[in-house]
Design a protein around this ligand. Structure first.
Ligand SMILES: *[C@@H]1O[C@H](CO)[C@@H](O)[C@H](O)[C@H]1NC(C)=O
Length: 177
């Protein structure tokens, strides 16, 4: 079994090739930048910076851990989303009041890829750190995935799924283009 795992690791782990340990550098285990916010999502009132294996720390490969920072304006929301490969733990830095919720298909069986949101219900900007039990948690923002996918979802399917008509779907699409 062990030899299988080593063989597999030599090919792919979460989309990345394992580096020969003899070639590892100190930089593979270092990153910085959580002192400031990340990508700005003005329509939702938050910024996000995820430090993961893919872009920041090759040394995380196979270690099952990564970290992110988000800054939310008052009433800002990290909209309904999921991380297909990770459970998530968040902590508010210093002060702030966040409402974090998640949806489960079956209350008796919690799985890690639940749909969740985080909403700033306080009166001040709030920052949180998020920890993931994956070196490559992945993110799918549900509204954008539904309304702005490439290629687009079929209008008929969306209209029937949301009990709306195609004019209403077209209007919704414009908000995510
Ligand atoms: C779509 O639904 C809206 C809201 O009910 C309605 O005003 C509009 O006339 C409908 N459009 C079509 C093409 O049915």
């Amino acid at each position: 079994m062990l030899s299988f795992i080593l063989f597999y690791c030599a090919v792919f782990v979460n989309g990345k090739i394992c580096k020969d340990p003899k070639l590892a550098k100190a930089d593979d285990f270092f990153t910085s930048g959580l002192n400031v916010g990340g990508n700005v999502f003005p329509k939702f009132g938050f910024t996000l910076k995820i430090l993961n294996l893919i872009n920041n720390m090759p040394g995380l490969n196979t270690l099952g851990i990564s970290i992110a920072r988000a800054d939310l304006e008052p009433q800002g929301v990290v909209p309904l989303h999921m991380h297909p490969r990770a459970a998530e733990l968040i902590t508010v830095l210093l002060e702030g009041t966040l409402y974090a919720g998640f949806l489960v298909a079956d209350g008796a069986n919690f799985f890690k890829s639940v749909v969740r949101f985080i909403y700033n219900v306080g009166h001040k900007k709030a920052t949180f750190l998020a920890f993931y039990n994956s070196q490559n948690p992945g993110t799918m923002a549900i509204p954008g995935a539904i309304l702005a996918s490439e290629p687009p979802n079929i209008d008929d399917v969306l209209a029937k799924s949301f009990l709306l008509n195609k004019t209403q779907i077209a209007k919704l699409r414009t908000k995510f283009s």
